[in-house]
Design a protein around this ligand. Structure first.
Ligand code: F6P
Length: 433
């Protein structure tokens, strides 16, 4: 057995699930145990399982046969330790999370997730000195610092196959079909699947579109005898008007929050100091008290995150954008609104297909299985070396550690001058801009 600076690690999967999660859990467990003799613990349902102390031992038997399985055998949740719904209220459960990690003698908490998960893990490292490591998972491929995240390739394949299928029916009926794929902030999935599936129009959150320009493009196709069209749209794509309204509202909100941020940070620091003092006091006073990890916490003061804010705003913006919204209690899905407008502008019958969670389900592709296995095995090696507070990134064909400080709070978006956008334009794809 090789020597290892890490003796015990806990693994959790957090955020939306993604094909390849099980392959990573399997690889870390096999290498950490088999090559370095580490004890491997599996935490159920993300950070919630850590807070609620739902932790089990992983071994060869538990990870056997999961390489090809979609989803996550550990379960997942979108909960964050510092702001977790508990009994109808948002509570700061960081104490419970830290106490449970310590109780199980975890030398490192390995978190498989996207940008939000990295943020939550890093917060635990910074605020409470817990060693963490993250591995980039998301079908959106928007984790900063890695060339690719596991799960993305599978989602691209699923969306591409769907676009292929839509082509045949759109051709038969001479229709426009709007195919909505996932991606609130980043359009990687729409871009890759759109190119691979030969979509005529690709709409990304990063490139605000102009409806009239798309309609003109579609009519031009028709004039050239092409009586059908496929529009691949990321769920976060916005019209120019919506994007401008969003930017203005965000600037106003930023200005408002900036003023209160400093006050809040000072308060948080004071709270941390008090907590430390309180902990020392408790240590000396309550040495033989039973474990208090479960169900305890403080009321969270965390503000809504940017994504929630954006979702809200998008709703409001779309209300402004469309007078008919006044009659709707529920927001009309973006793809359906787009199809309706394009049908009105072009006179061509339009249909909508929203792929939704189909893109996150089922078996990972060969590439994702390989990537996940590489990342998991490398993670175990890095743990053995005692490299903590890093993300295992995939860069130029190899897995390397990247300091979490360089990754957290940043998103990998599609640059307007990306070579794939250029290449798609060369083959006649319209981006509506
Ligand atoms: O994981 C990111 C993502 O796939 C987004 O593209 C999508 O908007 C979101 O998850 C939806 O996830 P859920 O419905 O599980 O919250």
């Amino acid at each position: 057995m090789k020597s290892s600076k890490t003796r015990c690690l806990g693994i959790l999967t957090a955020g939306g699930d993604s094909p390849g999660l099980n392959a990573v859990v399997r690889a870390i467990t096999k290498v950490a145990m088999g090559e370095f003799g580490m004890r491997v613990l599996g935490i159920q349902d993300g950070f919630r399982g850590l807070v609620e102390n739902r932790i089990l031992t992983l071994d060869d038997a538990t990870v056997s046969g999961v390489l090809t399985r979609g989803g996550t055998i550990l379960g997942t949740s979108r909960d964050k330790p510092h702001s977790m719904p508990m009994g109808g209220r948002l509570m700061d459960m960081t104490d419970a999370a830290v106490e449970n990690a310590q109780k199980h003698q975890m030398d490192c908490l390995v978190c498989l997730g996207g940008g939000g998960t990295a943020k939550n893990a890093f917060r635990l490292a910074q605020r409470r000195g817990i060693n963490v490591m993250t591995l980039p998972k998301t079908i959106d491929n928007d984790v900063f610092g890695t060339d690719v995240s596991f799960g993305f390739d599978t989602a691209v394949s699923i969306a591409t196959e769907a676009i292929d299928r839509l082509h045949t029916t759109a051709t038969s009926h001479h229709r426009l079909i709007v195919c909505e794929v996932m991606g609130h902030r980043a359009g990687w999935l729409a871009l890759h699947a759109g190119i691979a599936g030969g979509a005529d129009v690709i709409l990304l959150p990063e490139l605000p579109y102009d409806l009239e320009k798309i309609a003109e493009f579609l009519l031009e196709r028709r004039r050239h005898g092409k009586r059908f069209s496929i529009i691949a749209v990321a769920e976060g794509a916005l019209s120019r008007r919506e994007a401008d309204a969003l930017a203005a509202a965000k600037a106003a909100k930023d200005k408002e929050t900036k003023e209160t941020k400093e006050t809040k940070e000072t308060k948080e620091k004071d709270k941390d100091k008090d907590r430390e003092k309180d902990k020392d006091r408790r240590k000396t006073r309550d040495l033989d008290r039973p474990d208090k990890g479960e169900g305890l916490g403080e009321l969270s003061t965390e503000a809504d995150d940017v994504d929630a804010f954006r979702a809200d705003l998008t709703l409001n913006v779309s209300r402004l954008h469309d007078e008919t919204m006044a009659y709707h209690v529920v927001q009309e899905p973006m793809a359906s609104r787009l199809a309706r407008h394009l049908q009105a502008l072009t006179g061509v019958e339009a249909r909508v297909t929203s792929l939704g969670h189909v893109q996150r389900g089922g078996v990972p592709t060969a590439f994702d299985r390989t990537l996940s296995t590489m990342m998991g095995a490398r993670a175990a090696e890095l743990l053995a070396e005692g490299q903590y507070n890093v993300m295992v990134a995939y860069r130029n064909g190899v897995c390397v550690p990247v300091p979490l400080a360089e990754v957290v709070g940043r998103k990998k978006l599609v640059p307007a001058d990306h070579h794939l956008i250029h290449c798609a334009r060369q083959v006649g794809t319209c981006f509506g801009d």
